[in-house]
Design a protein around this ligand. Structure first.
Ligand code: HEC
Length: 208
């Protein structure tokens, strides 16, 4: 019995070290030298929906983001991504189209690694649950107004939705506030790098 105990201990230690090397050390060695795009880089090109937000909600847009520019787009993407994390939207939404189960028929082209090689994905928001649909191809699926109405009260536009309401993304006039505008800008950015033929370029590579 003594002898077996020692063998198990050695086996466990070897397994742990192997796992640590393969899943901890190896990825760092191979991936740490890859260039990771900054938020400013992926905010260029500006999505048409971001410019549209400036005319949809001129006063609010001006107040929170000033003019339409790469810098204000980057600011909106950051705030929108942070709000998405803070509200745990990832609990119900994935951001990854898998190459199985004909997912591409429902959500659009299968995801590619280069789409995630940027600071907007630190941490990545792949998600593990799909109570609602995948969102990595959300750009342009709905208008800005639809998103505003949906975030304010999802069941107004999707009668059987189980998605919660987010009234705190709106001011007293029921117009989107800073976080509301940013979240819409973020949703309209997700997948904006895929062109109409389904060709995927990395975000910030000028594709749209
Ligand atoms: C409890 C689960 C749940 C949470 C949390 C949740 N959603 Fe949803 N979401 C859903 C469901 C279910 C749908 C589908 C019905 C609908 O359109 O409301 C949906 C739909 C959507 C859609 C429309 C997708 C499409 O292409 O039609 C968007 C955009 C969206 N959610 C964004 C968000 C954002 C942003 C958050 C966080 C602020 C969030 N959701 C949080 C469940 C959730």
């Amino acid at each position: 019995m003594e002898r077996f105990g020692a063998s198990f201990l050695v086996a466990a230690a070897v397994t742990f070290l192997l796992g640590f090397f393969l899943q901890g050390v190896m990825p760092v060695i191979t991936l740490s030298t890859l260039a990771t795009k900054t938020v400013e880089e992926v905010a260029d090109p500006i999505t048409p929906h971001f410019s549209q937000l400036a005319s949809d909600y001129p006063e609010e847009f001006q107040r929170y983001f000033g003019e339409v520019s790469v810098a204000s787009h980057a600011k909106a993407l950051r705030i929108g991504r942070d709000a998405y994390i803070a509200e745990a939207c990832f609990h119900c939404h994935s951001q990854f189209v898998r190459p199985v189960s004909n997912e591409d028929l429902r959500f659009g082209p299968v995801s590619k690694p280069e789409e995630y090689q940027n600071h907007m994905n630190l941490p990545h928001l792949f998600g593990t649950r799909r109570v609602g649909p995948d969102l990595i191809r959300e750009a342009g699926v709905h208008s800005n107004d639809w998103h505003a109405a949906h975030l304010y009260a999802p069941r107004n536009v999707a009668p059987y939705s189980v998605m919660p309401s987010y009234p705190w993304f709106f001011d007293e006039n029921k117009k989107p506030n800073e976080k509301g505008l940013a979240l819409i800008a973020y949703l309209q950015w997700l997948g904006s790098w895929v062109d109409e033929n389904g060709t995927i370029t990395a975000p910030g590579s000028g594709g749209m």
